[in-house]
Design a protein around this ligand. Structure first.
Ligand code: AP5
Length: 212
């Protein structure tokens, strides 16, 4: 049967990294709220411009901007196909809206994978992160030399505006205050699995595969 997963965790936990490995391995649709906003921004849509104001400050984009676009995207996935949600839901209200929308379509989330990483490590990873402009694959690049091109598609690598140290700290605080309550929501439903996220990428992936 197809898997319907939520990848959950603080900024820099490795959600995007693991989502890519999971989609390659299990052929799931990858729905990343952050990627959708950044894509809209590149196209200059009103949604992208509105989201950017909040993203650059490290704050959550308001629920009314997020909810329709995310639910439309998720509900447009054929019901026999699996998916991975990355970056959504990010507060309890979004989790409730997702649950009712999926229930109405006779679907449900199978597992919520909580990638757990200490705050010092998050700041270290995001400070050295470069992302592909084309396929959004993330890389860590430390040191002064210019970042190379993407290993997957040869696209140009860039640093995100919200990976400045002040924005990173704000994102971590917002995660702690507004997003962690979602863990209890899914724990109560018996869906939450804690994944140790401090190991190397392959080690974390192994833990995820074991949990599925
Ligand atoms: P979003 O794009 O979702 O960003 P995020 O949650 O802050 O997560 P990141 O993309 O920063 O990190 P990640 O966990 O994917 O880590 P990655 O794999 O890249 O959201 C951005 C903004 O959009 C939000 O701040 C908000 O404003 C808005 N937004 C989005 N969704 C919203 C919603 N639902 N409601 C309201 N607002 C919303 O890895 C990080 C780095 O570490 C990379 O360099 C990677 O190479 C490296 N790395 C990964 N794994 C490992 C490992 N195991 N060991 C060492 N390095 C590793």
């Amino acid at each position: 049967a197809s898997l319907r997963l939520v990848l959950f965790g603080p900024p820099g936990a490795g959600k995007g990294t693991q989502a890519q490995l999971l989609t390659d391995c299990y052929h799931l649709a990858h729905v990343s709220s952050g990627d959708i906003f950044r894509h809209n921004l590149r196209q200059g849509t009103p949604l992208g411009l509105r989201a950017k104001e909040y993203m650059d400050r490290g704050e959550l984009v308001p629920d009314e901007v997020v909810i329709d676009i995310m639910l439309d995207k998720i509900l447009s996935i054929p019901s026999e196909d699996g998916f991975i949600l990355d970056g959504f839901p990010r507060n309890t209200w979004q989790a409730e809206q997702l649950e009712s929308a999926l229930t109405a379509g006779s679907r449900a989330v199978d597992r919520v994978l909580h990638i757990d990483v200490a705050e010092e490590e998050l700041a270290r990873r995001l400070g050295g992160r470069f992302v592909c402009r084309e396929c959004q694959a993330p890389y860590t690049h430390l040191g002064g030399a210019p970042a190379p091109n993407c290993e997957r598609c040869n696209g140009e690598l860039y640093q995100r505006d919200d990976d400045r140290p002040e924005a990173v700290q704000k994102r971590i605080n917002v995660y702690r205050e507004e997003t962690t309550p979602v863990l209890a929501f899914y724990r109560d439903r018996g869906l939450l699995v804690d994944i140790p996220g401090q190991e190397a990428v392959d080690g974390v992936f192994k833990h995820i595969v074991e949990a599925l």
